[in-house]
Design a protein around this ligand. Structure first.
Ligand code: GLN
Length: 487
């Protein structure tokens, strides 16, 4: 054994555990110690006792020859997934100390595959943000440069993986929150087709967009986790699709010869920083070496995805977040006079400023007299954006482009300018609005030595194809293997 445990991938850890090279307990102890020593601010909750108990149960299953596919492999969960063994806050003061009586379906499925939970990972409050600066529990630092954001909203997940504190984590993506932090931290992440993985126990932000998925260092690891995560959940999530789970590792090595990669001209316009463009272009050149051909395409409503998303997502959020009223969940203000003042004070104290901004925007666009002008109009354009993708997929098999217009920005840089954060979502929002699968794969490094991710977007249910393209790229490049200094 030459490689230290935290440098190993999920696939390597799973193989070592199966071969009894090390035990699940040893692995859990190692990663818990790393999490305790973590300096990126990624973890919101640890429970070493629970983690070690899970690991011991894994060791017993391994000894009994009953190991699951990912038996004993550790991971972290974004703090938006409810868990019995750990508190769940969604990055909000509103849920400080909240304990769920059940596990989210994705948490349960990964546990059934044998995975061991190390802890809960920091995120933007209720997953609203692009830099993890909207967490009520402090910003997460990007391990590549601790003065920069890790991306958001799954910033804790991405930073913890890049800092090699966990080999994998869950994330959620409503408008880019798996892909963009993966890009900013130089790791790999995939958002499956909307509805492919259950939303049960994932604290709702914008229900018609929210989608959980895996984050890890390699596409192979994402494929392993995604295989355990997908599948219908008819009793608990009525929007989960009746599409069976799949072994996403089966086609990882498929030849790329003849693959048509669509290059949307709107993704390579003026707004794209030159360093990001150079890295993405180099990755695309690599894919052509592997046999793919590049096809120019157009996604004409790319720019409209920002106003459309920032109407629909807050509208749904304003409805979803009405359940936090000081009665049923979480924070309740102390000194109130009547029920209404209790609601008002509890919400005023529990929610942070970005969440309040979204609730106000959402309430406004849904209000009588404005509904037709904003919400209805946005829904119509959303459909057109989805149609644009279907037109594009007549000419190509997958679509590639940047994940974000620039590399991770400085902590605090956008503090007084929420719209700057919104604008940076331009390339991830279209696939979210269409419900298409999308992923980020490390493509190189840009300004300030910061990682750059390439985005791959597939047609519905084409996750295996995206993972295959990413895996082939990772066999030809080493960006996903590099680590931040001092790690
Ligand atoms: N940045 C987007 C937002 O703030 C996307 C967040 C997400 O995908 N959860 O809404």
């Amino acid at each position: 054994m030459t490689t230290v445990l935290h440098d190993m991938t999920v696939a390597e850890l799973a193989a070592g555990l199966k071969a009894k090279t090390f035990s699940a307990t040893e692995v859990a102890q190692h990663f818990v110690a790393r999490a305790q020593a973590d300096t990126t601010g990624s973890f919101l909750a640890l429970n070493p006792e629970a983690t070690l108990a899970q690991a011991q149960a894994s060791d017993e299953r391994i000894a009994a020859g009953k190991a699951g596919a990912l038996e004993g492999v550790p991971l972290g969960h974004k703090d938006i997934f409810v868990t019995q063994d750990f508190p769940t806050t969604a990055g909000s003061k509103m849920l400080e100390g909240y304990r769920s009586p059940f596990d989210a379906t994705l948490v349960r499925r990964l546990a059934e595959a044998g995975m061991v939970t190390v802890g809960k990972l920091n995120c933007d409050e209720f997953a609203m943000g692009s830099g993890n600066e909207n967490s009520a529990y402090g910003s997460v630092k990007n391990p590549w440069d601790t003065s920069r954001v890790p991306g958001g909203s799954s910033g804790g997940s991405a930073a913890a993986i890049a800092a090699r504190v966990v080999p994998a984590a869950t994330g959620t993506d409503t408008g880019g929150s798996i892909r963009q932090p993966a890009s900013f931290c130089g790791i790999t992440g995939i958002k499956p087709t909307y509805g492919r993985a259950s939303r049960y126990g994932m604290i709702a932000y914008a229900s018609s967009l929210d989608q959980g998925g895996p984050m890890a260092r390699t596409a192979e690891d994402c494929a392993l986790l995604l295989s355990a995560m997908c599948g219908p959940d008819p009793d608990r999530d009525s929007t989960s699709l009746d599409v069976p789970a799949e072994d996403f590792t089966a086609s990882l090595n498929a030849d790329l010869k003849g693959l048509r990669i669509g290059i949307p001209k709107e993704f390579f316009g003026e707004g794209l920083a030159a360093d990001v463009r150079a890295a993405v272009d180099a990755a695309l050149a690599e894919l052509t070496q592997l046999g793919a051909t590049l096809v120019p395409i157009s996604l004409p409503r790319t720019e409209l995805s920002i106003p459309v998303y920032y109407i629909i997502a807050p509208a749904e959020a304003s409805s979803n977040l009405s359940r936090f009223d000081g009665v049923k969940f979480g924070h309740r203000a102390k000194d109130y006079t009547d029920l209404e003042s209790m609601y008002k004070k509890s919400r005023a104290e529990g929610f942070g400023s970005e969440v309040k901004r979204r609730i106000m925007t959402g309430t406004y666009v849904l209000s009588h007299g404005y509904y037709d002008a904003y919400y209805l109009q946005a829904q119509k354009i959303r459909r057109m954006i989805a149609d644009d993708f279907q037109n594009a997929f007549k000419q190509c098999d997958v679509i590639a482009g940047p994940v974000a217009p620039k590399v991770a920005w400085k902590l605090g840089e956008n503090a007084n300018d929420p719209v700057a954060d919104y604008l940076a979502d331009i390339f991830t929002l279209p696939a979210s609005l269409a419900g298409l699968p999308g992923m980020s794969v490390p493509a190189g490094f840009g300004a300030h030595g910061m990682p750059v991710g390439m985005q791959l977007i597939g047609n519905y249910f084409k996750e295996a194809q995206l993972l295959n393209v990413a895996h082939r790229l990772q066999q030809a490049t080493d960006f996903h293997l590099r680590k931040p200094e001092g790690i």
